[in-house]
Ligand binder design. Structure first.
Ligand code: HSE
Length: 316
């Protein structure tokens, strides 16, 4: 158990990565070296749970601390592991809520990682990941690990959903740049899920299976051409695209700029677009800043995948 304060960072993530609805996710790291994710600073107290929220997007969270998922994580953790004493948690809410960048996952992962570090690691990796999924599911309306898994573990994660094997990392294409643009509006994951049909045709199920299996195969073979040919979203994008202002126009413009493929990050409205050329990524980033960002707080970044996942940034 640490006697001082420690600060944990948990990166933004793209759920689905287009081709793997609920089954694939990747963590993001802007190439300019900036951090794109929430942090939680934790320090021990004699008793009780003290929670504060700061940061650019803190005003979008419930004002009552007990309604905050970070507070709820602490309450659960302290009770479950019968931890004597108290704790203070300070959440820096740096990711916009309802953005498709795994904002709630980032808060939950940072909080549970910090609690586990602070109190002598009572959870192993899989146990902690299961808890992260459960708590994130309280916010998004259903348990899916495609944000918490990459946010916690980094890289490109494939969900296995087996006991003790929730996910495993698959090889990424290190030469790819992921341009991600958040327009500034907020969309509810639950509502974006409700837009999708409850059942799909057999042909769509087969195409989904083919695309995802071929993408994973191509990742292991490091066959970028194959990976790009099958990086298609046949489950969600056809039903969600119209609910994301400007998405279809942006997708077309990005293709004309030479981007290799474009999709929805998580349930949107953030989009991702892939290239292996920094010059093309820079042009796409500029286009998105001029044409896709619609509200204050919107942003666009050229990213690589974040291979580290959640980590301790500072110990006092
Ligand atoms: N897989 C989830 C969805 C991710 O697309 O609904 C939400 O961020």
């Amino acid at each position: 158990m640490s006697s001082g304060a420690l600060t944990v960072y948990a990166p933004a993530s793209m759920g689905n990565v287009g081709v793997g609805f609920d089954l694939l996710g990747a963590a993001l790291a802007p190439v300019d070296g900036s951090l794109l994710g929430d942090t939680v600073t934790i320090e021990p107290l004699a008793s009780g749970i003290v929670f504060e929220q700061v940061g650019e997007w803190a005003h979008k969270l419930p004002a009552d601390p007990q309604e905050n998922i970070v507070y709820q994580c602490a309450q659960f953790f302290m009770q479950k592991f019968a931890i004597a004493g108290g704790v203070k948690l300070s959440l820096s809410k740096n990711l916009p809520v309802g953005s498709g960048l795994g904002s709630s996952a980032s808060s939950v992962v940072a909080a549970l990682f910090a609690l586990n570090e602070q109190f002598g690691r009572p959870c192993n990796q899989q146990q902690l990941l299961a808890l992260m999924g459960e708590f994130e599911g309280r916010i998004s309306g259903s348990v899916h690990y495609d944000n918490v898994a990459p946010c916690y573990l980094g890289g490109m994660q494939l969900m296995l959903d087996l006991p003790e094997r929730i996910c495993e990392s698959i090889p990424a294409f290190d030469e790819w740049y992921w341009v991600v643009a958040y327009p500034g509006i907020s969309l509810s994951t639950a509502k974006m899920r409700a837009l999708m049909p409850a059942q799909y045709d057999k042909a769509v199920a087969i195409e989904f299976g083919k695309n995802l299996s071929a993408f994973v195969h191509a990742s292991y073979k490091q066959d970028a051409q194959l990976a790009l040919a099958v990086l298609k979203d046949v489950l969600a994008e056809p039903y969600r695209a119209a609910a994301i202002p400007g998405f279809n126009d942006a997708k077309q413009a990005l293709a004309e700029l030479g981007m290799l493929t474009t999709g929805i990050s998580g349930s949107g409205p953030t989009l991702f677009s892939v290239t292996d050329s920094l010059a093309t990524a820079t042009a796409a980033n500029e286009w998105l800043q001029q044409h896709y960002l619609s509200e204050a707080g919107g942003f666009s970044h050229i990213c690589r995948l974040d291979s580290q996942g959640a980590r301790v940034l500072a110990v006092d």
